[in-house]
Design a protein around this ligand. Structure first.
Ligand SMILES: Cc1ncc(COP(=O)(O)O)c(C=O)c1O
Length: 395
């Protein structure tokens, strides 16, 4: 039976990263996969996480399963992190969450819940969006629609087109929004634009589903959550897929949460029971290690303060790299690369053709996606000039 199966082509992002890994050129640059890298090109463990890990190793007495909803301290911490300490929805007890294997697990559990509640719901996704959204939400059986989002000519959000397309989103539909640091384009909505989306949701009755994988990587933990919190302050229902992969550096520990803001506390209890049942069907129990570390960081004043400091240094560094890259490209290539500095998070499109992106790989060993999406955190002082020279070479 297994012999029926043919090999599939490599994942477009992971395949390119593997090709870069195998490239013998000592000057090679990997701008593909979305992991944060420090000046040495390493993806470090946060000191606060190291400390939490040390104490966990000393104190952990059991490896018994967590509950299907995951760790209580983690769930409480993530709800506050996402919605803010002063959230009215939290105070009203109409929020629930389930710990998931990463943000991907949260997207999947969120999709399962949507499908259980409204099997004919359409999911509206931005064009472009993260390519994994399709399989993660689509495999549950939900149908997709897309709304225009990024304008490649202006390197900004085409908000008029977005609003016009979302006119088709109805009650019972889901609109998937990137909470901050849009992947792949880095162009985020302004607070005023979030307000307009909240008004559309109120008027048309669709439910926002916010993919929140980069909280704290754009401007700051609270600033990055402002749009999502505005939705929550105005709407009865919002779903959030939160990830600790980037902002706590817990990538391989698969740590995230699906957070459900519900109409009232009784509905929140119903949603939690459905989410637990969905988890049981898909992976049964969440992994413990990352969530126990995150829970310790969230709930310990000293570790929490250390983590916030480290995360803001990461965020500042990314924004510094954006500025350096903009200026290096403008001085080498001419033209206007100001958009790199105004976009947020780890990703931007450089605005190159697929053919130019391929020449960058083949002639310079500078690896980016064919769309010219780069991971800004792959840039450092040692490769900045080389990247700018290579881009100028293909332009
Ligand atoms: C847009 C987006 N959503 C969700 C995720 C989920 O990541 P993870 O499952 O590693 O937490 C990612 C990770 O790259 C992402 O870029």
């Amino acid at each position: 039976m297994l012999q029926m199966l043919e090999p599939l082509p490599a994942d477009p992002i992971l395949g390119l990263s593997a090709a870069c890994h195998a490239d013998p050129n000592p000057d090679k640059v990997d701008l593909t996969v979305g992991i944060y890298k420090n000046e040495k090109g390493e993806c470090p463990v946060f000191a606060a996480v190291q400390e939490a890990q040390q104490s966990l190793v000393n104190e952990e007495t059991s490896k018994a399963y967590l509950a299907a909803a995951g760790d209580g301290a983690f769930n409480q911490g993530i709800q506050k992190l996402v919605l803010g300490d002063g959230s009215g929805a939290l105070a009203d007890g109409r929020v629930t969450s389930i710990q998931t294997p990463g943000g991907c697990g949260a997207l999947r559990i969120g999709a399962e819940i949507v499908h259980a509640a409204a099997p004919n719901a359409k999911v509206w996704v931005s064009d472009p969006t993260w390519p994994v959204h399709g399989p993660l939400l689509g495999s549950v059986g939900l149908e997709f629609r897309s709304y225009r989002y990024y304008d490649y000519a202006t390197h900004g959000v085409n908000f008029d087109a977005m609003v016009s397309d979302l006119a088709g989103a109805q009650a019972g539909d889901i609109v998937l929004l990137h909470g901050c640091c849009h992947n792949p384009c880095g162009a985020d909505l302004s607070l005023e634009q979030w307000r307009v989306i909240a008004e559309l949701a109120e008027r048309q009755g669709f439910t926002p589903f916010v993919d929140f994988a980069y909280q704290g990587m754009g401007v700051g933990l609270d600033e990055d959550a402002a749009g999502l919190r505005l939705l929550v302050s105005r709407l009865p229902e919002v779903i959030v897929a939160s990830s600790c992969s980037k902002n706590l550096g817990l990538y391989r520990e698969r740590t995230g949460a699906a957070v459900f803001v519900c109409a009232d506390a009784a509905n929140a209890r119903a949603v939690l029971s459905q989410a637990q049942s969905a988890a049981r069907r898909v992976y049964s129990m969440p992994p413990a290690h990352g969530a126990l570390l995150a829970g310790r960081v969230f709930n310990d004043d000293v570790l929490g303060a250390l983590w916030r400091e480290e995360l803001s240094a990461v965020c500042e560094r990314i924004n510094g790299l954006r500025s350096s890259l903009r200026h290096a490209l403008e001085s080498r290539c001419g033209g206007n690369f100001a958009f790199i500095e105004t976009e947020k998070g780890m990703f931007s499109f450089l605005g190159l053709s697929a053919e130019q992106a391929q020449r960058l790989r083949n002639d310079y060993s500078v690896y980016m996606l064919d769309s010219s999406r780069i991971n800004v955190a792959g840039v450092n002082a040692g490769n900045l000039d080389y990247i700018a020279e290579a881009v100028s070479g293909v332009l």
